[in-house]
Design a binder for this molecule. Structure first.
Ligand code: BTN
Length: 260
């Protein structure tokens, strides 16, 4: 039913043996890894990739749909040592920077991070990230990091704000090569969390923010639209938006929507 492969990775000059479990079909690679982690002591950096997900999960309870054979859907199990729950936002910063870096290496044009962690090419979403953290006491024990990447799709019916690597570059990509480069870049960036490289991670994340320092239209929970300028994020991961009265306001994920 599944194929396991071992892959030697050079991550920041440390050689890791990354085990990859390749599944034909599963409900969700995130759910698969989470369930497996409850039954057995999973090894750090285990990767699970599925050709098809029947119940792919997106952020905030949404569904993630991807086309079999044209996209990459995978999850990584990452264990942490002595990382406080307070540092969870930095894990998310590192993962977003990892996906962005991998896409930039592939020469995908105008890659940015739409807060909190959608990966964009120009104005359209090319990849989504779902991070599910496992907490023990005040420590972050492990994360299941799910990435859905649109690769060779030539159209997105009913999704005007989605794009793929193919649509961005007019080139077709080998899905295994994409899996390898994106998962390697994520693990490499996460090494920076392990060595407490927090401040530079935040600065880099902020520098990559989609529509930073541009007047944008937002919608609040009451459905009211307002103009604001993205200025950065707080240490706890909230979005900092300057409103027309020049006040800097902070917002959590459920409190604000950036309208394209
Ligand atoms: C989002 O943008 O809403 C996040 C999408 C995350 C999708 C990926 S696909 C692999 C992994 N398994 C899931 O069920 N979800 C994530």
């Amino acid at each position: 039913m599944f194929l396991e492969t071992l892959c030697k990775r050079n991550i920041n000059t440390i050689f890791y043996l990354v085990k990859i479990i390749k599944l034909n079909a599963i409900d969700s690679t995130n759910s698969y890894l989470k369930d497996l982690s409850k039954q057995t002591m999973l090894e750090d950096t285990l990767v699970v990739v599925a050709k098809k997900q029947t119940k792919g999960k997106g952020q905030m309870g949404t569904k993630w749909r991807s086309k079999e054979g044209e996209s990459v859907a995978f999850s990584v199990f990452k264990r942490f040592n002595n990382i406080s729950v307070l540092h969870q936002p930095y894990i998310a910063f590192a993962i977003s920077i990892g996906v962005q870096t991998a896409l930039e290496k592939l020469k995908i044009p105008s890659v940015s991070i739409k807060w909190p962690n959608d990966i964009m090419s120009y104005q359209k979403k090319v990849a989504g990230i779902l991070i599910e953290n496992q907490i023990k006491g005040t420590n972050l024990e492990a994360s299941v990091i799910g990435v859905g990447l649109n690769v060779n799709e030539s159209e997105f019916e009913g999704l005007p704000n989605a794009t793929s690597l193919f649509l961005a570059t007019n080139k077709k990509y080998d899905l295994d090569v994409i899996l390898e480069s994106v998962s390697e870049a994520i693990l490499s960036q996460l090494e920076r969390v392990s060595v407490s490289n927090f401040e530079t991670l935040k600065l880099e994340y902020e520098a990559s923010l989609f529509r930073k320092n541009k007047v944008s239209v937002f919608e609040n929970t009451m459905g009211k639209q307002f103009n604001g300028i993205i200025k950065g994020v707080t240490d706890t991961g909230e979005l900092l938006v300057e409103k027309e009265d020049q006040q800097l306001n902070k917002y959590q994920l459920k409190e604000i929507k950036l309208l394209l």
